[in-house]
Design a binder for this molecule. Structure first.
Ligand code: HEM
Ligand code: HEM
Ligand SMILES: [Fe+2]
Length: 485
């Protein structure tokens, strides 16, 4: 092991070296996401801004597709990061994994260029194959879809075969089964139907069953592993929690899918099924908060890596509020009738994706940087007092919470004026958009968006510098005997 504070690739195993590459691309795409979000947000305030050059639909598409892809990169990176450690053996196909990374990254680059330069094509099947598929969040053209499936299979083979060669654990068992489901669901978003209801029916399988089932289980696994690593939490306890959370998550999340089937032309029984099961969805999220806080409390928040632990805790709360509370608010059909597709939805979408997923990937990157810099000290009393990680965490959250509130106010106003008073009429739609609460909220969203952008700059600056002026080694935690069974 090299000197603490000095970056050295030889500190990392083969899987971790690949993970670092995934993390770097993830952060590049995070920057792109914020940039295009700011452009789209600006167009709400000045509708003529970039009109005819980069229209709102293009900026929005790049904004949310960059998000999905950077999060997938973050997850793949996280799994590659932990696989050798968890399997206690070497990655089976490091070379293959490397080629896979480059193929995927070049494909992502081409897709983004086509989004920006070509933007749209004629209403023919060729456009679906080569420009974009027109399915929100997963708009990648068909050729890229096929490529993504192949790359995912290679990734899956690498992970599963490594566990098979080495050791299985509760965490890796859940992880591998979850990856099968996660990858399999992507197929539901790949075929084309001319009936919009049928199309939406399948598309939701990807979108809802990813974020409310398979992604949640994946971050549950990462969280379990992260708590063992940062806090020295007991494997027996975190694994037990993981099983409980997974059972609850699948129990409510799968039929919770029905909350997207209220108004798309599906049979009426979805109103009751969706309303009932999705209302139960916050329960596993409560379990996840209790679990994280319980484990941190047991260890008096003594950790090997303060920024990572802080982001793990941020994840537990962000997931609970963004997905659980903000999701619950509009999930009953009686309420969703008024809120559906308003800025209320955007308020929830922002807080949930950021709170549940951006946070935990950032935590994993902090864990990765620590090892890359020679297991350097990252607990309390850092050389610069850790101001960068604390301020970036603060600014990103202030920006996100501010944006969420601004969108929620706009959403309330839309539900009230457009839906309740004006009966969802076309004129009601415009009346709601002109209302001062709406107009001002759009300005505040942009202000808080800029706050987030500042937080992101600080975060990236912290990533390249944290631990660099440290010569101390990682803090060794004294195992709590009664706990570390
Ligand atoms: C981390 C988990 C979650 C994420 C990332 C997430 C994200 C999103 C996003 C982005 C949308 C908008 C989709 C669109 O473009 O139409 C949405 C819609 C919705 N979400 Fe979530 N969500 C999560 C969990 C939940 C939970 C747990 C609930 C319920 C308790 C929920 C309830 C809803 C409902 C009812 C809608 C439809 C809103 C409408 O009718 O316009 N979500 N979610
Ligand atoms: C600078 C900060 C940001 C700004 C200014 C911004 C702006 C926007 C805008 C204008 C839209 C389109 C909304 C619409 O169609 O009415 C949007 C959609 C969306 N953004 Fe952001 N965004 C920002 C950051 C983020 C972050 C950090 C995340 C998640 C990690 C995120 C996730 C989403 C999602 C999921 C949607 C789709 C929501 C829906 O369909 O309801 N955004 N954003
Ligand atoms: Fe959902």
């Amino acid at each position: 092991m090299s000197t603490p504070g000095v970056e050295d690739w030889s500190n990392l195993n083969a899987g971790q070296r690949i993970a670092m590459k995934y993390f770097i691309v993830a952060m590049v795409l995070f920057v792109a996401q914020i940039l295009f979000g700011l452009l789209a947000g600006m167009q709400y305030i000045y509708p003529n801004f970039l009109y005819g050059v980069l229209d709102f639909n293009v900026n929005r598409m790049v904004h949310i597709n960059a998000m999905i892809v950077w999060m997938l990169y973050g997850f793949i990176g996280s799994v590659y990061w932990l696989v050798e450690d968890e399997a206690e053996t070497e990655l089976v196909g490091a070379k293959l994994a490397n080629i896979n990374f480059w193929v995927l990254t070049v494909a992502v680059g081409i897709v983004v260029l086509v989004y920006l330069l070509v933007q749209a094509g004629p209403g023919e099947i060729e456009s679906v194959w080569f420009i974009n598929e027109g399915r929100e969040y997963i708009e990648a053209p068909r050729w890229a879809d096929v490529g993504i499936v192949v790359c995912t299979l290679v990734f899956f083979y690498n992970v599963a075969a490594t566990f098979m060669k080495g050791r299985w654990s509760g965490i890796s068992g859940v992880l591998v089964l979850d990856l099968v489901a996660l990858a399999g669901l992507y197929l539901a978003g790949m075929f084309f139907t001319t009936n919009v209801s049928v199309d939406q029916y399948w598309w939701w399988w990807v979108i809802h069953l990813w974020v409310e089932a398979t992604w949640e289980v994946l971050v549950g696994c990462i969280m379990a592993w992260g708590l063992i690593k940062t806090l020295g939490a007991s494997r027996r306890i975190v694994t037990t929690w993981l099983y409980i959370e997974v059972a609850l998550m699948f129990g409510s999340g799968i039929l919770g899918l029905g909350h997207h089937y209220f108004w798309i032309g599906t049979p009426e029984y979805w109103l009751s099924i969706g309303g009932f099961f999705s209302a139960l969805e916050p329960i596993p999220l409560v379990a996840m908060v209790v679990h994280a806080v319980y484990d941190s409390g047991r260890h008096g928040f003594q950790s090997r890596n303060h920024p990572a632990l802080a982001w793990l805790i941020a994840h537990a709360f962000g997931n609970f509020f963004g997905a659980g509370v903000w999701g619950f608010m509009h999930t009953l059909p009686q309420i969703n009738l008024y809120t559906h597709g308003t800025q209320w939805t955007a308020s929830h979408g922002h807080l949930a994706f950021f709170g549940a997923y951006a946070t935990i990937i950032i935590a994993m990157i902090y864990i990765a940087l620590q090892k890359w810099r020679g297991d350097v000290w990252m607990s309390g009393d850092l050389a610069d007092n850790g101001w960068k990680w604390k301020w970036s965490l603060g600014l990103l959250h202030l920006g996100m919470v501010g944006m969420t509130m601004a969108l929620l106010i706009a959403g309330y106003e839309q539900s009230f004026i457009e839906r309740a008073l004006e009966g969802s009429s076309w004129s009601g739609y415009f009346e709601a958009q002109r209302h001062p609460w709406f107009v001002q909220s759009m300005v505040w969203r942009e202000v808080f968006g800029l706050t987030m952008a500042a937080g992101l700059v600080l975060l990236l600056w912290d990533f390249v510098t944290i631990g660099k002026r440290e010569s101390r080694e990682i803090k060794q935690l004294v195992a709590d005997q009664s706990h570390a069974a």
